[in-house]
Design a protein around this ligand. Structure first.
Ligand code: GRF
Length: 210
């Protein structure tokens, strides 16, 4: 069984969706860089080990990441899931977990990498918006996309309503992508190629609520 660690900083609604999904992998631990993250309470309630590693207690990013890395090794983790983890990871850490670390981003990547995605979608007047589960690589929000949730932006949408609607999609597509990794439907090969059901994955699998 695949052993999973989830990295969080905040509310942890995606962590909750992963817990509720009864994955065929096992969530063995949750790491938070924020001691007050509600995600820690969700994990404890589900009987999952938690660790707080506060970045402010370490002199630099590399040292902080090295402590996280050691915790992941101690838990014998196969897959790292970023779920609202609000820290940029060092190149060394990303390299160590390449092909074994995924993230969810609130936009239809490759559009709107980085922050404030909902506001930027509204500013541009896009009709389609959503979220993307992707492998994590050294370049921000640029790793291979696995699944996407797509919605249409309504005339009356604002940042809050879009965030809420995208969250609903996140809770659908993240557990699905992770389950596919756990059961081998999605495979990341050593050469970096990603397979879905044994075939090269050219486009993310899309779930639409149009
Ligand atoms: C989500 O919007 C996700 O897209 C982003 O961080 C947020 C985490 O929310 N990466 P939650 O803590 O899972 O509720």
């Amino acid at each position: 069984m695949i052993k999973i660690a989830v990295l969080v900083s905040g509310s942890g609604s995606n962590l909750q969706a992963l817990i509720d999904a009864n994955l065929s992998g096992q969530i063995v631990g949750v790491i938070s860089n924020k001691p007050k993250a509600f995600a820690l309470e969700r994990a404890a309630k589900a009987g999952i080990a938690t660790t707080v590693i506060e970045h402010k207690h370490y002199p630099d990013r590399e040292t902080f990441d090295a402590v996280m890395h050691q915790q992941l090794l101690d838990w014998d983790v196969d897959l790292v899931i970023l779920a609202g983890f609000m820290r940029i990871l060092s190149a060394k850490f990303v390299q160590a977990w390449e092909g074994k670390m995924v993230n969810i981003h609130p936009s239809l990547l490759p559009y709107y990498k980085g922050m404030h995605t909902h506001q930027r979608v509204l500013n541009t007047g896009d009709v389609l918006h959503g979220c993307t589960v992707h492998y994590v690589t050294a370049e921000l929000d640029a790793g291979q996309a696995l699944t996407q949730g797509v919605l249409t932006v309504d005339l009356h949408d604002n940042v809050q309503s879009l965030a809420a609607r995208v969250h609903v999609l996140e809770h659908l597509i993240y557990p699905q992508a992770v389950e596919w990794i756990c059961n081998g439907t999605i495979q990341h090969l050593e050469n970096g190629q990603v397979l879905y059901k044994g075939q090269a994955l050219k486009q993310p699998i899309q779930f639409c609520q149009l």
